[in-house]
Design a protein around this ligand. Structure first.
Ligand SMILES: [Zn+2]
Length: 736
């Protein structure tokens, strides 16, 4: 039942450079088909196609940057609108470490360095392959992307002679989603690639149409019709029918079936025109999978405009095509797309046949200025000038000869913005812990840009923000020590790079200052937690060195504040013996610190609800009481809801529910953060085991003398003992 669709493209060797590749089979946006019965290949649940990037990576790429390159390729497909298709990367290391890529439950992207897959024998010209397994219905059961790591080298940094990982991955993921090669020279699904090609990173509208056809996400308009020969009136099978939008840009395409009938899917309402072109060079039937009949014995023809409304299926009737011509534009020995930078003039050569003087050459978008061509029979050279402000995207080339014959090279040109540049990164060194806000400065930053730092990628609007064309902000994720290239990749695929522009280092990092406020008179004992604290580190607040600094370990330092120069938020700096610093802040207040002396009773039910009396000094009327907080940061814990301020020395609270055991009790002034803590100041117990059941009910508020008092004193001793054994050290209470 299950069979492999051998989707390797035909082996193709081009000119001098061994460029080449793939083998997949099918049609324009062309869908992959079951060659036996013509059923299109598709996923049953396109909204959640899982993919796993193998952790083994590529032997050519040492910094793990193959991962963001592939993630960028996944994102290009996921950003297509009007489709239900969505790939989801599974990032668990258990999945990424798997090697059984043939398993149906694993859709893996991997580099085959030793031909263990069998797809890449010695001398193979296949750069990568996406075997797709499917049932006779066309339902895909498995698909995996394999890079030919044995025969070729790959790069994420534009190294000469190596294939761009993101470019190749974008193409292969199209096969994984069920698309065949495209008849558009500039499409991502164009069958050929070369080492200096990167523009397949950005999808053409033909790929958009393919996803919308396979997995429609809305009621789009369609254009249908039939292609028939002028001479003889017979239908043309496999004619390449392309739709252009009102600005002359190619928008969608499809092939006619064996009856000459075509349907163009996934159109937004608007004005279009059509043309028909034989699928000969540079893309031909050899590049397609099974299930298609492709006839090319006819010439190209432009047809009139058509207006389609939302959701409409518009029948344009019969399109007549003229006899074939010797003239042809485009050869697979050219590299496509032809990149033309917006705002500049680019010199271009296109190979072909019968390209003779007197012919006319034009771009389908009339805003492009095509200079006077030089016709050389087997090629034509010319210049293309793209005015400033022209939108990125693909444009067709057309040539008319002196006999009035036409040849079209679909989507041959890709208009791209000037590549971004990265000039600065501030700060250029940040902690390995992550969480550092950095600003990247440069030029050409556009909405939708993606920033790559080694093995991490940041997407505009998700994990970074393009503030303007010269600034991107992001917050670092954790990373291993060392330098990273800073790469900004435009949605069109052009990129800017600052080599080793950013480094991770084991810098001291302050994560928490607790409490982060204290009396301006000083005397507040403060815990600083973070990373990479060295013995001998000192603490300054407002440039005044603080007292009684105690280095606990690389993650914790304590000190006691000295009297400040005034109230307000002040800079706190931790300064290492080697001069490196970590910054935070501390607030001095004009009122004294709270002091927490006791909590009684010192034990209660784990279900909460016990009425407790908290005694101390300088309690603010808004005081909050927390149970079970982290004693070094004051974070976490459970807040007591029923807090009644009796006086500046007494609070009454209802204990919140909490798991069994001793907990620290925190009082904190929410208005400024002044706080004090009673270490192991309360014990939560199970009603069934502690105190014979009576501990689950509230004791008298003021027990006075009697059995309650002696019982509670006993518990207090237990609690004191536990402070020493549980913490190993006892944090001095505020001295103010
Ligand atoms: Zn392919």
């Amino acid at each position: 039942m299950k069979r492999a669709a051998l989707l390797r493209d035909a082996l193709v060797v081009l000119g001098l450079a061994a460029c080449c590749w793939f083998g997949a089979a099918v049609s324009a946006h062309v869908r992959l088909k079951n060659p036996v019965n013509g059923n299109y290949l598709k996923w049953n649940d396109p909204s959640d196609v899982t993919v796993v990037i193998s952790s083994s990576g590529s032997s050519d790429i040492v910094d793990g940057s193959h991962t963001p390159a592939i993630q960028n390729a996944i994102a290009a497909w996921n950003e297509v609108g009007g489709t239900t298709a969505h790939m989801r990367e599974v990032i668990s290391s258990a999945q990424r470490n798997r090697t059984d890529w043939e398993s149906n439950d694993l859709h893996m992207i991997l580099f085959d360095e030793d031909n263990s897959s069998g797809f890449f024998p010695e001398g193979s010209a296949t750069v990568a392959v996406t075997p797709v397994w499917f049932y006779s219905s066309g339902r895909i059961s498995d698909a995996d992307v394999l890079f030919n790591g044995r025969g070729f080298e790959f790069t994420t940094s534009g190294e000469a002679g190596k294939f761009d990982v993101q470019d190749v991955a974008t193409h292969e993921l199209g096969h994984l989603m069920g698309l065949d090669h495209s008849g558009w020279a500039g499409a991502s699904m164009y069958p050929y690639v070369d080492q200096d090609v990167t523009l397949h990173r950005s999808l053409s509208l033909d790929e958009v149409g393919g996803l919308r056809h396979a997995y429609p996400g809305g009621p789009f308009a369609r254009i249908t019709g039939a292609v028939v020969r002028e001479q003889g009136g017979s239908a043309v099978a496999g004619a390449h029918v392309v739709v252009r939008d009102s600005s002359g840009r190619p928008a969608r395409s499809f092939l006619t079936d064996n009856s000459g009938v075509f349907t163009i899917y996934g159109l937004d309402p608007g004005d279009y025109s059509l043309y028909v072109d034989p699928l000969d060079q540079p893309v031909s039937a050899n590049n397609l999978g099974g299930g298609w009949t492709v006839e090319t014995d006819f010439g190209s023809v432009l047809n009139g405009s058509v207006t389609v409304s939302a959701g409409e299926t518009h029948d344009v009737g019969v399109l007549f095509v003229p006899p074939s011509t010797d003239m042809a534009l485009g050869r697979n020995s050219d590299d496509y797309p032809l990149a033309c930078e917006i705002g500049f003039t680019t010199s271009v050569m296109v190979r072909g046949a019968s390209l003779f003087p007197g012919s006319l050459l034009s771009a389908s978008d009339p805003t492009l200025v095509v200079g006077e061509p030089t016709w050389n029979g087997w090629n034509v050279t010319f210049q293309v000038t793209v005015p400033v402000g022209t939108d990125p995207g693909h444009v067709d080339l057309e040539v008319w000869n002196t006999s009035g014959e036409l040849s079209i090279l679909p989507a041959a040109i890709e208009l791209v913005p000037t590549a971004p540049t990265v000039s600065g990164v501030f700060p250029a060194v940040a902690t390995t812990i992550g969480g550092t806000d950095i600003a990247i400065t440069g030029s050409g930053f556009r909405s939708g840009a993606r920033v790559v730092l080694g093995d991490a990628v940041y997407a505009d609007g998700e994990s970074c923000e393009v503030l303007d064309e010269g600034t991107i902000r992001l917050t670092t994720t954790p990373g291993a020590e060392g330098a990273r290239d800073v790469v900004v990749i435009d949605p069109t695929g052009v990129e800017g790079r600052k080599a080793s522009g950013f480094s991770y280092a084991d810098l001291p990092t302050v994560q928490s200052v607790f409490p982060d406020a204290g009396s301006s008179g000083g005397g507040t004992r403060v815990v600083v937690t973070g990373f990479h604290f060295d013995p001998g580190a000192t603490v300054f607040i407002d440039q005044i060195q603080q007292g009684d600094v105690e280095w606990i370990d690389a993650t914790m330092i304590e000190f006691t504040t000295l009297a400040s120069r005034g109230a307000g938020v002040r800079a706190l700096e931790l300064v290492q013996p080697d001069g490196t610093r970590a910054a935070s802040s501390f607030q001095f207040t004009l009122i004294g610190d709270p002091m927490l002396a006791s909590c009684s009773p010192e034990q209660g039910s784990r279900f909460g609800g016990d009425l407790l009396t908290i005694r101390g000094e300088r309690f603010h009327p808004e005081m909050q009481v927390w149970f079970g907080v982290d004693r070094n940061t004051g974070d976490g814990g459970v807040q007591a809801s029923g807090v009644t301020w009796i006086s500046s020395t007494t609070l009454q609270v209802l204990s919140p529910a909490h798991a069994q055991g001793y907990v620290d009790v925190l009082v904190v002034n929410p208005e400024n953060g002044q706080a004090d803590m009673l270490i192991s100041g309360f014990r939560y117990s199970s009603p069934s085991t502690a105190g014979g059941g009576c501990m689950s009910v509230s004791p008298p508020v003021d027990a006075g003398s009697g059995p309650w008092v002696s019982f509670l004193l006993g518990l207090g001793l237990i609690a004191l003992a536990s402070k020493a054994t549980m913490s190993g050290r006892f944090r001095p209470r505020n001295m103010a």
